[in-house]
Design a protein around this ligand. Structure first.
Ligand SMILES: Cc1ncc(COP(=O)(O)O)c(C=O)c1O
Length: 356
């Protein structure tokens, strides 16, 4: 029995989108592939209202953490850590042999521009990393305000953002954010199966790569860029089947418009927050709640594991809290192609099961 996924990724994929993957394969060197890939490039630029170069590697989003370390960090990165995924990014950069310093912020709280500026003023860092939407806590960091403040004082720093669980639903316009790399995975707000990552890259980031030796192969951002400039293709074999699905889904997204998609996510989040406040409390600091995943404090001490067993009988699945937050919080993922009506439905089942 299929459980409809209201977890913070992978999210539900429409059946017509899934079917795109069953198309007969093509090679990745003929003209047909170039047309497919450049078509996706154009649609992504259009949806995100950007002129930045975009790359779609066959990988999950974590690849971009390694790529940040291997291709962008010269010596030392300042990593803002306010949850599990921002910590993963910091740890990955360290594991690649580069120096890091963390700004540790309590889980549930957002990263503010002031704390970053204070640290950056020491001038020791060449890269700044941040998570747009901390999926572990449901906190949405103010990436536009941070970009504005940071780039005014430190224009040369590489501003790198993990938007894995936000981009495609939340508003992401790279030039307005002033970021050098912002990336996502397809299984989240783009509502596709997992297996592709999407990254927007500034010209400055491509220049930075030239100053960073030992970029590897799969993690060589400049390698991807150069190959695209020369052939409008990918240097290694891509997941063509998923690219078909992405191309099709981007047409649907463009039809909805980026504003429409953003508004629908805002509406789902607002409704969920009101519902949560009626029965429980929100976990994130007020004003910084994610619009793609709501993390709710389990103030009534209910069993989230039992809830999910009951929800499964009703063809739904939500998420327990992440790590130490398990059973202390629960998460409703409202990303991708869900609507407020669907969220109301799953919440009415939660009310019945938990007798709220
Ligand atoms: C914010 C964030 N960053 C990174 C990741 C890792 O993404 P992937 O599993 O696509 O590599 C996730 C996955 O949930 C995430 O939510």
């Amino acid at each position: 029995m299929h459980k409809r996924l209201l977890i913070p990724g992978p999210t539900e994929v429409k059946s017509d989108v899934l079917k795109q993957q069953a198309k007969p394969l093509i090679g990745h060197r003929p003209k047909e592939f170039t047309e497919l890939y450049t078509g996706i490039f154009d649609k992504l630029q259009k949806f995100h209202k950007t002129k930045q170069w975009v790359t779609v590697p066959t990988a999950s989003g974590t690849l971009f953490m390694d790529m940040t370390a291997r291709s962008l960090v010269k010596e030392k990165a300042l990593c803002c850590v306010n949850g599990a995924f921002s910590k993963r990014c910091a740890d990955t950069i360290k594991a690649c042999g580069k120096e890091i310093e963390k700004i540790e912020i309590e889980w549930g709280k957002a990263v503010k521009p002031e704390v970053i500026l204070e640290k950056l003023d020491s001038g020791k860092y060449d890269t700044l990393t941040l998570c747009h939407n901390e999926t572990s806590t449901g906190v949405r960091n103010p990436i536009y305000e941070i970009g504005k403040a940071v780039k005014k004082e430190h224009p040369d720093i590489m501003y790198v953002i993990d938007s894995v669980s936000a981009m495609g639903g939340d508003k992401v316009i790279p030039e307005e954010i002033q970021c050098d790399l912002i990336y996502a995975s397809t299984q989240k707000a783009y509502a596709l199966p997992p297996g592709l990552a999407i990254g927007f890259v500034s010209d400055a980031a491509i220049k930075r790569c030239e100053e960073v030796p030992n970029r590897g192969r799969y993690t060589d951002l400049k390698g991807l860029y150069d190959y695209y400039q020369k052939k409008q293709q990918t240097p290694s074999t891509p997941n063509v089947s998923l690219l078909y699905a992405l191309s099709y889904q981007l047409d649907r997204m463009l039809e909805e418009t980026s504003e429409g998609r953003h508004k629908r996510h805002e509406e789902m989040a607002k409704w969920t927050q009101e519902w949560a406040k009626k029965h429980f409390e929100m976990f994130p600091e007020p004003g910084y709640e994610s619009i793609t995943v709501s993390t709710i404090k389990n103030t009534k001490g209910k069993s989230v594991a039992e809830l999910n067993k009951e929800l499964a009988k009703r063809n739904y699945m939500i998420s327990n809290g992440y790590g130490d937050l398990k059973e202390k919080t629960f998460r409703i993922g409202h990303m991708g192609d869900w609507t407020t009506a669907d969220i109301k439905d799953v919440c009415s089942h939660i009310e019945e099961i938990w007798e709220l």
